[in-house]
Design a protein. Structure first.
Length: 592
């Protein structure tokens, strides 16, 4: 029996003992994080699935993983022999399993989950769907701790503060901005669970989550006080004194859960998407709960000029590393044994040579041949392909620098490319260019940029199953809200200062995958009698491979954009390269 089948059996036995008919395990932690500390990688431990988005639902005769199109192929592979089946989500992030449970279970049945792992929004969806059908919902049941014998402890790595020269705004100023929004919303207090919001608000960073420079913590803010709940020993006395100087008290992490039970303010603002059900359910009934997006989420999405100047410099560092990497790759493949894992390690080594590098911003996706068709592929020792001088290689990677976060995807030819691969590549490139050169009215939403980007891809009856773009943090999470470029974002306007990826793709299962990704900055453009308009400044500095381009499929505007972009890349990077690297890049950026 596999270890996953054994664990599934133990969960079902615990369900029988407690009279539970269905148990839900979300991919999350008490901070509703996307990327998790090892202690909270529950789905991977139970089922073997390692993707960053999904939900397990276990009944006595079925066990399923609900996840979206990014992970269909990966899930099919990783769930083999686990006792779990893939259930394909129709809408990314939706709690569609609630409707499935409504059809599966009878009145009087009991559904349970651990409220520390489920967001308030998810919990409300489950309860609102099932309770009217006389199905009991218990959000305070942890079935894993008793059977997870070697469960990792919470990380205890030191945290640190960033100075105002790096962030461009003091903690005092950020707290004041949050309090102003609280006052407009007429709430007395605010509880923040999301780690990136805490990090931005207090200019604090840590190493508690792989690839994300955050620290496990909560923050309580009222008009009179601010309290940081963080494990003792994570901050030194000097950092605590700095926080105290900004009016922030520091208390032990574990005190947050009891603190919430004794809040005395008349009202409290919490973000239903970023607060776990256990915290929400602990708030006294006498306190009016106002459910709104965290004020800090919207504030940190708009980068200030200090951050933007740092990010532009960081893009040069990242571009240097990528240029060195792709030159090395081209000159080495077929001569030395290279694999998906080894080239990811080599790329990280090139980045590590750059000033201020801290870590990768996510696990590098190096997808060779058909692995490129898995949007969130991560090579394992079992799946690891050896590279040959033929076929397509997709590399989606990023870096965490003290002065910014990067995320870029490039596809390169290793040789012997088919016409289908060239045509697919060119169609995706057209999408990247269309999105990048979009001009749009102030107030436009993400779904509109998504459609603009997809237009040339749709025109060929092609499509891709993920969003077109996500926000990105400043030395913070590589995925940052509230803005995204996808069909569901109909309410968050694009604001000047927001940084977003543009990353259309095309995936042929079993053959190849293509994605071309740059980061762009929303900026004011011009005004006319019809209103104010915006456009994008491209930030990413790395050549786009023209060897894969079918020029016949491009309009002159696409050709001009591509030539101008590659020339700009050469102009920005060449002063920082050796003569050999400069000559190599000159060939790669030659006009078509």
């Amino acid at each position: 029996m596999s270890k996953h089948l054994e664990r599934l059996g133990k969960i079902r036995e615990a369900m029988r003992q407690q009279g539970i008919d269905a148990y839900i395990i979300p991919s999350s932690d008490p901070h509703i994080s996307e990327y998790l500390p090892d202690r909270y990688k529950c789905i991977a431990w139970v089922s073997g699935f390692t993707g960053s988005a999904g939900t397990l639902v276990i009944t006595h005769d079925f066990a399923g993983l609900w996840t979206d199109a990014r992970y269909f192929v990966q899930a099919n592979e990783q769930l083999q022999g686990s006792g779990f089946e893939l259930v394909k989500l129709r809408i990314q992030g939706a709690a569609e399993y609630a409707e499935w449970l409504a059809e599966k279970l009878s009145a009087g049945a009991k559904v349970a989950f651990d409220g520390n792992l489920a967001s308030l929004l998810v919990a409300q969806t489950v309860k609102n769907t099932l309770e009217p059908l006389q199905i009991e919902v218990d959000g305070h049941t942890d079935l894993l701790s008793s059977i997870w014998d070697d469960r990792p402890a919470l990380p205890q790595v030191k945290a640190f503060l960033l100075d105002e020269k790096t962030t461009g705004q003091s903690t005092t100023s950020k707290l004041e901005a949050v309090r102003q929004i609280m006052a407009k919303s007429r709430v007395e207090s605010h509880f923040i669970s999301s780690l990136d919001d805490v990090a931005w608000l207090l200019n604090i960073r840590g190493q508690d989550v792989p690839c994300n420079p955050v620290v496990l913590s909560f923050v309580y803010v009222s008009q009179q006080e601010a309290i940081l709940f963080i494990s003792e020993g994570k901050l030194d006395e000097q950092d605590i004194a700095v926080l105290n100087g900004h009016g922030v008290q520091v208390k032990p992490y574990e005190h947050a859960f009891d603190f919430v039970k004794h809040i005395t303010s008349s009202s409290i603002l919490i973000d239903p998407k970023r607060t776990c059900f256990a915290i929400y359910d602990s708030i006294p009934s006498s306190v009016k709960i106002v459910e709104k997006i965290n004020p800090s989420t919207s504030l940190k999405a708009v980068k200030n000029e200090v951050e933007l100047n740092h990010i532009r410099q960081t893009m040069i560092y990242d571009g240097i590393a990528l240029t060195k990497f792709f030159k090395w790759l081209e000159e080495t493949v077929g001569k030395e044994e290279l694999s998906e894992i080894s080239i990811a390690e080599k790329l990280q080594a090139f980045r590590a040579e750059q000033p201020g590098f801290v870590d990768v911003s996510f696990s590098t996706i190096a997808g060779y041949l058909e692995h490129g068709a898995l949007p969130h592929y991560h090579a394992t020792e079992q799946s690891n392909y050896t590279l040959k001088p033929e076929g397509l290689l997709l590399v989606d990677s990023g870096g965490q620098y003290r002065t910014g976060t990067t995320d870029i995807t490039r596809v390169v030819s290793l040789g012997n490319i088919t016409q289908e691969e060239k045509d697919d590549y060119t169609i995706v490139l057209k999408g990247t260019i269309e999105g990048s050169q979009a001009i749009f009215p102030v107030g436009s939403k993400g779904y509109q940029i998504d459609a603009i980007t997809r237009r040339p891809i749709w025109a060929t009856l092609r499509n891709y199953g993920h969003g077109t773009g996500h926000g990105i943090g400043f030395f913070l999470n590589v995925h940052e809200g509230p803005h995204v470029f996808n069909p569901t974002n109909v309410d968050i306007a694009i604001e000047e200062g927001m940084i977003t990826s543009i990353e259309p793709g095309l995936y042929r299962e079993g053959k190849h995958g293509i994605r071309i990704e740059n980061l762009v900055l929303a900026r004011k453009y011009y005004s006319s009698i019809f209103g104010d308009f915006m456009h994008f400044e491209t930030l990413t500095i790395c050549y786009i491979d023209t060897a894969l381009v079918n020029k016949e499929l491009l309009d002159q505007t696409h050709i001009d954009w591509l030539n101008n972009y590659n020339q700009w890349v050469f102009d920005m990077l060449s002063p920082h390269l050796s003569q050999a690297e400069e000559e190599w890049l000159a060939q790669k950026t030659k006009a078509i």
